[in-house]
Design a binder for this molecule. Structure first.
Ligand code: B12
Length: 246
């Protein structure tokens, strides 16, 4: 399959030689509104780091496949992937591409992480047409920093990216944190999406077990959180800007 243009990233070197197929997985992470009460984090950052949680599932699957097909290669990816994962999930028939640029699954909405296993095993192709969302325009209209246009997100304007920036933020960027009350990531284009109404909660128990919706400072910091790859300074800067006192 591997027809899609590859994204520039170090993980490119891990693609098995002679790769033929991609098995795409969705990891739904919506926990139900009660879990997000008074949260100052976007939903994806409430549980422990998804790279770790999804990675463990993918690793187990890869071990199983390697045992079953010892002559083949299998490599898993999740986020740090050379594939455009939204496109891969659409082609695998797991959902439609939203105007918010995200994959929307019929049952779990867009609150799903995407992971995949790339292999040189020749699996019969299950490629689907890329369908799109309702195109109601609500995500584009409600984006806090006008970052969305025709299904493409402007990385320089996306508030999620701004919360992850190192160094000092511009006053206009800091104001977005105060205005939204969110100090990591952003869910506005997902929360407003009609296709995210009445979605199922995730069956993945690790997301519930590690849920911690409020970041109060150093005592809530550990190396397993979704924001830890940026180190403490960035999230603590955002907390200070937000002016929240706990
Ligand atoms: C870099 C990145 C970001 C950057 C930039 C996003 C971007 N799209 O450029 C930032 C930091 C902003 C970001 C934010 C978020 N991200 Co992000 N991100 C990625 C990452 C690592 C690469 C994305 C990328 O560069 N794609 C390439 C660009 C060029 O693709 P594109 O945006 O789709 O643009 C093309 C298409 O839109 C196409 N196109 C244009 N018009 C049309 C129309 C149609 C109909 C079609 C079919 C195509 C099309 O042309 C464009 C150019 O080629 C992926 C993981 C991965 N490897 O894919 C995760 C990923 C997309 N992110 C994810 C998540 C969860 C988020 C956040 C929701 C986190 C949060 N809560 O804050 C936000 C959402 C922001 C948003 N609305 O997109 C998930 C999305 C899961 C899902 N359900 O879709 C992914 C897949 C990670 C994962 N493994 O789960 N992200």
């Amino acid at each position: 399959m591997l027809k899609a243009d590859l994204l520039e990233c170090r993980a490119k070197n891990r693609i098995p030689i002679g790769a033929k197929s991609v098995i795409v997985y969705l990891f739904p992470y919506y926990l139900g509104e009660a879990y997000y009460k008074n949260s100052n984090l976007s939903k994806y950052a409430v549980p422990d780091d998804y790279h770790k949680i999804c990675g463990e599932y993918l690793e187990k699957t890869v071990s199983y496949l390697k045992e079953k097909y010892p002559d083949n290669s299998f490599e898993y990816f999740c986020d740090n992937s050379p594939l455009n994962e939204v496109r891969a999930a659409c082609l695998a028939g797991l959902g439609v591409k939203g105007e918010n640029s995200l994959l929307i699954n019929e049952a779990y909405g867009s609150f799903c992480f995407i992971g995949e296993i790339i292999t040189d095993l020749d699996i019969p192709i299950d490629e689907k047409e890329i369908a799109t969302c309702l195109k109601c325009g609500l995500c584009e209209k409600n984006c806090i920093n006008n970052a969305l246009k025709n299904g493409v997100v402007d990385e320089n304007k996306c508030f999620s990216a701004i919360t992850q920036k190192k160094g000092e933020l511009k006053e206009s960027e800091a104001e977005l944190i105060r205005q939204s009350g969110c100090i990591w990531g952003c869910d506005i284009c997902q929360n407003i999406c009609p296709m995210n109404k009445n979605i199922k909660i995730t069956p993945i128990k690790e997301f519930y077990k590690t849920a911690n919706p409020v970041y109060r400072g150093e005592s809530d910091y550990n190396k397993n959180r979704a924001f830890s790859w940026r180190k403490q300074d960035v999230i603590n800067r955002n907390l200070k800007i937000s002016g929240c006192k706990f």
